[in-house]
Design a protein around this ligand. Sequence first.
Ligand code: CMP
Length: 140
Amino acid sequence: MTIERTLSIIKPDATRRNLIGKIVARFEEKNLRVIAQKKMQLTLQQVQEFYYVHRERAFYNDLCQFMISGTVVAMVLEGENAVLKNRDIMGATNPANADAGTIRADFAESIEANSVHGSDSLENAAQEIAYFFSGLEIVG
Ligand code: CMP
């Protein structure tokens, strides 16, 4: 087992519905530790940069507008196999396909307003963590 770090974002649909604590509890119950956390109102430019990989997708503009429609909570999660574990806890991107008991099955409103983002690989996790946090803000 390897100790990994991954980036998690609680999205505006979830912060609007006061679900921050319930979502963080899902990670802590599965032994992921929050080693950095901040609540933010992102700018359009910041979101466009973060989701740059999706810039050609039909949903890109709507996704960016959604992500600036309210506050988000960015977190670094640490634990054994954190990247895959976080994705298991989140469930499938589309809540209609998410397994019972996952965050998206229980809380997401739609494929866009799907409550959480999580890094999809260890390499992307390192990049995404560095996008949101400086080394001094991460307290492992
Ligand atoms: P996330 O894991 O944050 O990565 C990209 C996001 O785009 C995704 O979650 C969804 O919220 C959003 N999205 C909207 N429409 C789609 C779609 N058709 N396919 C994949 N992602 C989508």
